[in-house]
Design a protein around this ligand. Structure first.
Ligand SMILES: Cc1cc2nc3c(=O)[nH]c(=O)nc-3n(C[C@H](O)[C@H](O)[C@H](O)COP(=O)(O)OP(=O)(O)OC[C@H]3O[C@@H](n4cnc5c(N)ncnc54)[C@H](O)[C@@H]3O)c2cc1C
Length: 465
């Protein structure tokens, strides 16, 4: 069989699905279709424009992590003439404020941050030094590791007031780490932190149409009718020589190969009923063990902005919203300013608090945010926001969370199992892409893109032009 006579169905039109289709078509495959459950492409990239003519606000993927030629997303953005629409993003900037509105000295923030980075570097080393040893992983959590380090960091600040403030800065950093790692830090394995690799270069965000502008460019490279929207795949029958794909809307597709790019959260909830025959234990176990975190974005939008700078919320204690529903705000990290839209303040956060936020009414969230802003800006006259913008990744059944992290239950070869085709490497009938399948760059847009390139390459190598 040749590439042009081989049919491929791609499930999901996020970055991984679009990348798979793009690379297959470039290599001479012609019978490629992409089935997307929702009415849009982009998946966990979702930029919203609050008012015509304004810049976008990102409810999902935001930064190009490591904007350098090594990063394929940055390379493509540059090739496609989008470099001018990129802006530097610096999460450390903005004031660290206490609950009474006092601003914490920048030099103290810098010192705590540097001590934290040393701790993180030593956590990174666990993976590289022990990954081949028999007792790896040892299932120590990120939280345990960080809390053991807290006293060592605080002892660098002998003066009591300074120490108290350093403690609060450390709380901000841990809330930030909760977001970066995807969920509560007592679920995240410290041992695997070093598995995640970074590209060199700064963090950059898209101005104007936002990250969606980049996804649109990628989708524009595909023929017009290739993406079938509102087509949720519910069943994959892969026993015969061809694969049958059944959809919720009653349609059925038959193909030589199927590439699954559904988010890990959706797979966790559905894999038992989705595949026939059922998935092998190695794949099912890896799906169960790998973490898929609770991540959210929350923004307040004002017709008349009242701030000069964004703020970091330096709470006096770590939020534990498992007990108190109203405590969800204690996991908020910052109300940061956005390079693309000066009328909004907000940002990402993760964990139980993010899940609670999604379950509340708009009025409840807006009131909680107003109270918080009044407290941290020490200004009782701050009005309610004109608009509230927030994500719903956790409750959306197509996602069931934000992104992948490695949990204390993970085994060192789980990522390989998540990416492995079925029934085996030599006969790849059902293939798996998506950020969760990238062993180094999981949880990122570039990881998703590269996973699509990897699975298309697997098929390209099987067939002559
Ligand atoms: C709040 C947040 C912030 C983030 N920030 C960053 C960041 O700053 N930088 C970064 O690099 N990454 C970031 N990420 C991660 C990044 O957005 C994702 O890793 C990436 O977009 C995932 O792409 P994907 O193609 O693997 O999956 P997705 O984008 O989730 O695409 C999967 C697609 O499959 C569809 N689908 C699901 N089930 C079915 C089905 N049964 N049938 C058909 N279609 C189905 C979905 O609708 C979706 O369109 C962030 C994510 C979140 C949630």
């Amino acid at each position: 069989m040749s590439r042009s006579s081989t049919s491929v169905v791609v499930v999901g039109a996020g970055i991984a699905g679009l990348s798979t289709a793009y690379h297959l078509l470039e290599a001479g495959f012609t019978k490629v279709i992409v089935l997307e459950a929702s009415d849009r492409h982009g998946g966990r990239i979702l930029s919203v424009i609050p008012k015509e003519g304004e810049g976008a606000i990102e409810l999902g993927g935001t930064c190009i992590h490591g904007a350098s030629v090594e990063n394929p997303v940055f390379r493509l953005a540059t090739e496609w003439g989008m470099a001018d629409s990129l802006s530097l993003s610096d999460r450390i900037c903005g004031q660290f404020r206490e609950e009474n509105g006092e601003i914490i000295d920048e030099e103290l923030v810098r010192q705590v941050w540097e001590l934290f980075l040393k701790m993180e570097a030593s956590m990174d080393k666990i993976y590289t030094e022990r990954k081949h040893s028999k007792d790896f992983p040892s299932s120590k959590t990120f939280k345990e590791y960080a809390e053991e380090t807290r006293p060592q960091i605080l002892q660098e600040f002998p003066e009591e007031k300074e120490r108290e403030r350093a403690d609060k800065v450390f709380n901000v950093i841990l809330n930030y780490c909760r977001f970066m790692n995807g969920d509560e830090l007592d679920k995240v394995s410290a041992d695997f932190i070093g598995q995640y690799k970074s590209f060199p270069g700064p963090e950059m965000t898209f101005m104007g149409k936002g990250y969606t502008g980049f996804v649109d460019k990628l989708a524009d490279k595909l023929p017009g009718d290739i993406i079938r929207y509102n087509t949720e795949v519910t069943k994959i029958l892969w026993e015969k020589s061809t694969v049958e794909v059944r959809c919720k809307n009653g349609q059925t597709y038959t193909a030589d190969h199927v590439v699954i790019t559904c988010p890990l959260g959706h797979l966790k909830a559905n894999y038992k009923n989705m595949f026939e025959p059922e998935l092998p234990e190695s794949k099912a176990g890896a799906i169960e063990r790998t973490g898929f975190g609770r991540v959210a974005k929350l923004f307040v939008y004002y017709d008349q902005p009242f701030w000069k700078e964004g703020i970091k919320l330096a709470w006096s204690e770590q939020g534990q919203p498992n007990t108190e529903k109203s405590d969800w705000t204690k996991q908020l990290v910052f109300f940061e300013m956005l390079p693309a839209n000066p009328k909004a303040l907000g940002g990402p956060f993760a964990g139980r608090g993010a899940e609670i936020m999604e379950s509340l009414s708009e009025e409840e969230v807006a009131s909680a945010c107003t109270e918080l802003l009044r407290k941290f800006f020490n200004d009782p006259h701050i009005p309610k926001p004109t608009k509230l913008l927030r994500s719903n990744w956790i409750s959306n059944p197509l996602f069931r969370g934000g992104y992948t992290y490695l949990s204390t239950e993970n085994r060192s070869d789980d990522m390989q199992h998540l990416a492995a085709p079925l029934p085996d490497q030599r006969r790849p009938k059902v293939l798996f892409a998506g950020e969760a399948t990238h062993p180094d760059y999981y949880s990122t847009v570039h990881g998703a893109y590269l996973s699509g390139a990897r699975e298309s390459q697997r098929l390209i190598e099987l067939y002559e032009q």
